[in-house]
Design a protein around this ligand. Structure first.
Ligand code: ADP
Ligand code: MG
Length: 326
């Protein structure tokens, strides 16, 4: 599909072609060339973002550039992988240079910060809205990747950072909660500038057994680990790291944001109890809260216990991309 106007190559060289690090072949050839370190496996992940479904049409393009890469880097973090490089496929309904510049700035800033150079992609037109597809590649020592199928009975369940902030921001942005400017100011960065937990993930490789990043809600994402690992979990409501943005909200909204709130991009990981001290030290060194929120057990499903040890009736599922529109 030809671009609606302007040259495709022009756009690529202006906005996306950046020098690749030495030892790597970047934009400009038929393929990029990467050299993963010896003894490492290649970790590869792709995510698509579609205008109107995964982001608002009027989102600030710089934030979109950041988020497009951040959600992909979060997958590398959840695998315990170190970023090597990324590719970007982009389809634009029309060419808006100011928009592209800001988008590229946001993308390249995070690409530099996370040492994940953009080494290729595809640029096209003709879609009714903007469509973005990023592939990230990373490396992780053989046998050390944090796989979803590797949680073990008796493991502790941990969550990084805080939960619920992005969910509240999304509710406010979509008008599903009454306007609350102070809360919006406190919550918006969770939604707009998610921080992929790359360092935490890398340090956990070889320390934790399993991990997942919380993109669709704690219960749903934890559920994926339990299904893959064929075990059950008990989660302690009081131990969940509720973000202060949730303070003063109705209990039902709090619960929903904590247990089913998406877009958090924190890591939920499982590790042997003898690793507790090591993990707490790691959290302190990274300046990142790590909370022990439950245990892995025999059986199936998640039980969420309140302060009195009573199981909550769970109706809170995560975000389902096929039954709702974002
Ligand atoms: P091909 O015909 O081999 O698909 P293209 O003409 O699509 O090549 O792209 C030319 C070069 O620019 C390739 O190296 C490709 O990886 C790169 N490229 C195209 N679009 C992007 C983009 N959005 N971001 C980064 N690199 C891109
Ligand atoms: Mg192409």
């Amino acid at each position: 599909m030809p671009m609606p106007s302007g040259g495709e190559f022009d756009l690529i060289s202006r906005y996306f072609d950046r020098p690749a690090p030495s030892g790597m072949l970047g934009v400009g050839d038929d393929c990029a060339l990467l050299s993963p370190a010896q003894g490492c496996e290649l970790a590869v992940s792709t995510d698509m973002l579609i205008e109107g479904r995964h982001f608002f049409p009027d989102i600030a393009p710089r934030l979109l550039g950041h988020k497009t890469l951040a959600v992909n880097l979060s997958d590398l973090a959840a695998m315990g992988a170190r970023p090597l490089a990324c590719t970007l496929a982009i389809s634009l309904p029309s060419i808006n240079e100011a928009w592209l510049q800001a988008f590229a700035d946001g993308f390249h800033a995070l690409s530099r910060e996370s040492r994940c150079p953009l080494v290729g992609g595809d640029t096209t037109g003709g879609s009714p809205g903007v469509v973005l597809c990023v592939t990230v590649m990373g490396e992780v020592r053989r046998h050390q990747a944090l796989r979803r199928d590797a949680a073990r009975v008796g493991d502790d369940i941990w969550v990084s950072g805080t939960l619920g902030g992005a969910d509240i921001a999304l509710r406010l942005a979509q008008g599903r909660m009454p306007p609350d400017p102070a809360r919006w100011q406190a919550a918006r960065t969770f939604l707009e500038l998610p921080v992929p937990r790359l360092k935490l993930g890398r340090y956990l490789a070889g320390v934790a057994h399993a991990a997942i990043d919380i993109s669709d809600g704690l219960l749903q994402d934890l559920g994926h680990v339990l299904d893959a690992s064929q075990c059950a979990a008990e989660v302690w409501l009081d131990a969940l790291p509720a973000d202060p943005v949730l303070d003063g909200l109705d209990e039902s909204i709090r619960l929903d944001a904590l247990l089913a709130g998406g877009d958090a991009y924190e890591l939920c990981f499982m590790a042997h109890p003898r690793r507790r001290e090591q993990i707490e030290t790691l959290g302190r060194q990274l300046g990142l809260a790590v909370s022990r929120v439950g245990t892995i057990q025999r059986g199936t499903g998640v039980r969420v216990l309140d302060a009195d040890g009573q199981a909550l009736p769970i109706t809170h599922r995560g975000f389902d991309h096929f039954s709702e529109t974002a």
